[in-house]
Ligand binder design. Structure first.
Ligand SMILES: [Zn+2]
Length: 212
């Protein structure tokens, strides 16, 4: 099975390859992304074109999309109600774009549509990197902080804790990201437990059966 990854940077993409393989327990072939994006809202804007390209021009089975939540509304089980959609939640927004784009496409390459796999890192992917290393960094801590109006940490602080600087070079950022996700590669359960935005991604991945 071949997968493509759409994320906010090449460093995120390198880390996500490892995490996807960690969830599914075996290596994958990853297609080079045909479109580059840089941050939000660029990912959401290029996503329809990426889906159409992968659907018609490749034999990719699925598309993995991951963005940072930044200061947006964090997805909750409430949003999973049928026909519900929170307009300020990036997980809801990305799922809606995926659904709306896919439903207009005729079958191609022996498949009805690409498999959807979407995650949101709260508040940024560096929080996932710190999981298991810094117990104060959890999605629930961020959500509680948003409700209180006092955030437990800033995105710049998370970057500082991972990279030692909030402006790492790209090669150094990739090295650090790969070092941290290597810890989760053998077992992603802690990351799923502490970060429901990652658990959503893992649940989508596990719906895929070999032969899809
Ligand atoms: Zn949502």
């Amino acid at each position: 099975m071949k997968l493509a990854i759409l994320s906010e940077s090449p460093a995120d993409e390198a880390a996500l390859r490892v995490l996807v393989e960690g969830v599914l327990g075996h290596p994958f072939q990853f297609l080079p992304p045909a479109f580059r994006s840089r941050g939000w809202p660029s990912v959401a804007q290029v996503m329809p074109a990426v889906i159409r390209h992968l659907h018609f021009a490749t034999d990719a089975a699925g598309l993995v999309v991951v963005v940072d939540s930044d200061d947006s509304v964090v997805h909750t089980a409430e949003h999973d109600r049928p026909e519900y959609f929170h307009p300020q939640c990036r997980l809801c927004q990305l799922r809606a774009i995926f659904r709306q784009t896919s439903k207009r496409l005729p079958p191609a390459h022996g498949r009805e549509h690409l498999l959807r796999c979407i995650g949101v890192a709260v508040p940024a992917i560096e929080a996932w990197y710190l999981c298991g290393r810094d117990d104060s960094v959890r999605e629930a801590a961020w959500v509680e902080g948003q409700a209180r109006g006092t955030l437990p940490y800033t995105r710049a602080e998370l970057k500082l804790r991972v990279y030692g600087t909030d402006r790492p070079s790209l090669p150094y950022e990739i090295d650090c990201a790969l070092r941290e996700v290597a810890r989760h590669r053998p077992d992603t359960r802690r990351l799923e437990y502490d970060f429901p935005g990652f658990a959503a991604l893992a649940a989508d991945l596990r719906q895929w059966k070999p032969g899809n």
